[in-house]
Write a protein that binds this ligand. Structure first.
Ligand SMILES: CSCCC(=O)C(=O)COP(=O)(O)O
Ligand SMILES: [Zn+2]
Length: 260
């Protein structure tokens, strides 16, 4: 599934879907609902929010939700913040058959990666952003990012057992190399999840981050907390503080001229 880059955005400009509940086909009813918590509505709402955070600008990034056996996926190459529920694809989780497709679009190039999060991690939502914090971190770390002893770490699950990391724990996020086409990240993602089975996120060098969760709201929280920690780590490094260093060691790491 090749990325359509901005080609989809032009089609989106001309032809955002016009279906209304009164004229809706059975396929369209998969994405049409007055319930604000319907996956199609949630994806559109969160894409606007993420656009405002500069996480999904310029058609980059996206969100997928798995609801039972229905997997909701955005079209490729569209302005994610302008999507309407009727622009979304619905795929069957078991065999990837397309149950509902919008006219003139291809599914997001991230589709195989979203499915990897669902199949290997038992996730029900996956968020992909082009966060500049993630990209910057990928330029400063080789194989994994680590941060410790920061309150916000407590928003991230341990993964190896129920419960969340503690203030005294270290959060580790693996980093993989980018590829020419998004869908080629599927195999590296597979391999890194085998190596880091407890991770809820994966940084793609010079590209962005994938974050997944048991449901969309947990995935949203993990994504926000991780982006906060990535941004904080960048600031810490600017002051010479190693983000995973022991509590109190900053005193010996910061330039004495600016400490106290
Ligand atoms: C300028 S975005 C390049 C493709 C990409 O990295 C991405 O996340 C969006 O892919 P999609 O197919 O969903 O548009
Ligand atoms: Zn991307």
């Amino acid at each position: 599934m090749a990325c359509n880059c901005t080609g989809g955005a032009e089609k989106q400009q001309q032809a955002l879907s016009t279906s209304s509940p009164s004229s809706a086909s059975p396929e369209d009813l998969l994405v049409l609902s007055s319930d604000p918590l319907h996956p199609a509505n949630v994806i559109c709402e969160l894409c606007q929010l993420f656009y405002d955070n500069e996480w999904v600008t310029g058609t980059g990034g996206g969100i997928s939700i798995k609801d039972g056996t229905n997997v909701y996926i955005a079209p490729s190459g569209v302005q994610k913040e302008r999507m309407k529920p009727t622009d979304l694809f619905v795929l069957n989780y078991d065999d990837s058959v397309v149950l509902r497709r919008p006219l003139n679009f291809k599914p997001s190039a991230c589709t195989p990666l979203f499915f990897t999060a669902y199949k290997l991690q038992n996730a029900s939502a996956c968020i992909h952003t082009h966060s500049q914090n993630a990209v910057m971190i990928s330029l400063l770390y080789s194989n994994e990012f680590k941060i410790a002893n920061i309150e916000q770490i407590k928003a991230i699950p341990k993964g190896y057992e129920p419960g969340y990391l503690s203030y005294f724990d270290t959060l580790t996020i693996p980093i993989i190399e980018n590829t020419a086409h998004e869908e080629e990240l599927e195999v590296p993602m597979h391999e890194i999840i085998k190596k880091y089975p407890h991770t809820r996120a994966l940084i793609v060098r010079r590209h962005g981050i994938y974050v997944w969760g048991e449901n969309i709201w947990k995935a949203k929280i993990y994504n926000e907390a991780i982006d906060y920690l990535l941004g904080l780590a960048l600031k810490m490094k600017q002051f010479g503080i190693k983000p995973d260093s022991p509590i109190g060691s900053e005193k010996g790491q910061v330039d004495p001229k600016i400490y106290d």
